[in-house]
Design a protein around this ligand. Sequence first.
Ligand code: TYM
Length: 406
Amino acid sequence: MSSEIVNSINNIALNNDEDFVDPWNVVSKSDTGVDYDKLIQRFGSSKIDQELLDRFEKITGKKVHHLLRRGVFFSHRDMHTILNLYESGKPFYLYTGRGPSSKSMHLGHLIPFTLCKWLQDVFNVPLVIQLTDDEKTLWKDIKLEEAHEMAYENAKDIIAVGFDPKKTFIFSNLDYIGQCPDFYRNMIRIQKCVTFNQVKGIFGFDDSTVIGKIAFPAAQATPALSTSFPHIFNGKKFPCLIPCAIDQDPYFRMTRDVCPRLGFQKPALLHSKFFPALQGAQTKMSASDPNSTIFCCDTPKQLKNKINKHAFSGGQVTVEEHRKIGGNCDVDISYQYLRFFLEDDDKLEQIRKDYTSGALLTGELKKILIDTITPIIVQHQERRAEVTDEVLKEYMMPRKLEFDYK
Ligand code: TYM
């Protein structure tokens, strides 16, 4: 058994008294959230260090995105291999996804997609986006038809991030797997490589797990095989880079174990930390708890109310105490959200200093957050409103993209 698979099993065993992170749950006992350094050790990935960021800037000639330079994307697998490919002009592609469990996506979901958009612009590569409506109907109390409909609603949110239609293919599993024999064949090849015992270890399945769940991980692994998209890659084998939050890593540990056995390169990964719930960093923002969540479809009024009412404060109980002792940015959700969405490093640093010293009060910090996020959400909603059925079709039709692979 490979070390990556063994690490997965260790993860389940170690989780009892530590942070719990899997594709469905994220729980930390600490106010500051998951201990990401420990997670790197447990999952066996590598830290995104200054050397990697410097190399990134040198090779691409671009200042790295604030989500990378602030350590929101903190862990990787084989990112140097991707930079080597880019440096020598060799092809690779991006792969990411979304499991449609709600009509609207939330701010946390925007994190991997925002970085994907930036990577697509910087590297000029194809991007495939998988909508796992099959996964959501298997895991949640959602009818297959509803999950399929939500996939299309979510695709509108994804398109609103600004992906180039000439370089992007978005697909619903419920549609595409039946349309593309090459995808289905690769899925079966992957299923043939993984035992029930292995997925039990990685995902915690047991004897009462429905068989659809047991087979599903192969569906999420398959887009990492470029031959699953013959219209894009013309049957050729190319490696991919997968940006996602670290909760999705179990799927890709399995994928990385299988790929070499099928003659494919292991996919590279960029892992992000979790955008925390409004109530604090012990859990991630999740679509299944509306009070913990800011949805991309929230009105400016809802956004303001949610932040004022629910955003956990790292400030002191009284103004006098706050002025004297200052606030704690490490646990303050408004400050934490600004780290994801306020691009100006100097402004962010000034806010950190002022809140820590007590010069800035919690109400004032919340107002800065509201003023920062409101235009981002409003503009997102305007772009989403422009996504007609025609536009959806354009992104979701299996077709050649603007790249030639002879
Ligand atoms: P899903 O729908 O749970 O999440 C979609 C993407 O958003 C990330 N994510 C978050 N990132 C930061 N903070 C959060 N609070 C947060 N919540 C979710 C997820 O890591 C993911 O990148 N099974 C997948 C769908 C999928 C996929 C993929 C994801 C299929 N293929 C390839 C990534 C890469 C899912 O249900 O994601």
